[in-house]
Design a protein around this ligand. Structure first.
Ligand SMILES: [Zn+2]
Length: 278
């Protein structure tokens, strides 16, 4: 993960106005085409109001409108700080920690995270190349067995490109009719999919799916290639974070947490946080 330090963040976003400037430039990268002047004109920030004004006619734009910040009474800088915190931790951050670091109430912190998280569910597109598919169990009873009998646990299934992005979500069960269509739909026809030995993955005629200990393709794979180490690493991040940071996540919310980890994983090489706000 490329480090965008708190020091750098504090310097670049030291006031609400600076955050608003960033948001304005983010939303209008090519300037504002003034609806009255019918051309791109210079817009200046209005003092003490979250808006910018056309220098020629006084038309105003409000960059927070249509974003999660629009109706919030929390200062924009606190929002940015929260996003910085969320983006700059590998394991996630709790609302408690946000409360401590920014001085907002726990309730506000919790709401902010929920709002920010709602933006992190982005379309990761179709996967290609070598893809791993796997499932894991989160929460619930400590010693749930795999498949049937994993009482109280929530199942998360996902795919990862060995050289790219991850996509994961909560699934109702691990039946092949649940897992296989997800995998096939998510991956390009030329990709090879590596799974473990779970029977659900073997109930397919697709020669694209290679399960460990089982190969039904004339193509010869080195056994060492058929593994799910990459997605196992992602599961470790999710589970470690939930255990260490969030302690307990109800099944209803788990999907949004998984999406948060997915987002962070897929943006691990970004230069800056806050890459998606509206
Ligand atoms: Zn104008």
């Amino acid at each position: 993960m490329i480090k965008y330090s708190l020091k750098k963040f504090d310097k670049e976003f030291s006031t609400d106005a600076e955050c608003l400037d960033w948001l304005f430039n983010y939303r209008y990268p090519n300037g504002v085409e003034c609806p009255t002047c019918h051309k791109v004109t210079n817009y200046y920030r209005v003092n003490n109001r979250p808006c910018y004004e056309c220098e020629l006619c006084g038309n105003q734009v409000y960059p927070m409108v249509g974003t999660i910040f629009q109706k919030s009474t929390t200062p924009l800088r606190t929002w940015f700080h929260a996003m910085w915190l969320m983006a700059n931790t590998r394991c996630g951050i709790s609302a408690k920690q946000l409360e401590r670091e920014t001085g907002v109430t726990y309730k506000t912190a919790w709401r902010m995270f929920k709002q920010i998280r709602s933006l992190l569910n982005e379309d990761t597109g179709m996967f290609s190349g070598d893809v791993e598919a796997d499932e894991t169990y989160v929460g619930g009873a400590k010693h749930g067995k795999r498949g049937r009998g994993a009482s109280g646990k929530t199942i998360v299934a996902g795919e990862v490109e060995r050289q790219g992005s991850v996509s994961a979500s909560v699934v109702p069960n691990v039946q092949s009719k649940t897992l296989l269509p997800m995998i096939i739909e998510k991956t390009s026809p030329e990709s090879t999919i590596f799974t473990d030995e779970m029977p659900s993955y073997k109930q397919t005629q697709s020669t694209r799916i290679q399960s460990s200990g089982y190969t039904h393709n004339e193509k010869v794979y080195v056994m060492g290639d058929i593994h799910t180490n990459t997605i196992d690493g992602f599961w470790a991040l999710v589970k470690g974070g939930i255990k260490g940071v969030y302690h307990h996540v109800s099944p209803d919310y788990l999907n949004s947490y998984v999406k948060e980890y997915e987002f962070r994983y897929n943006h691990r090489k970004d230069e800056q946080p806050c890459s998606k706000l509206s």
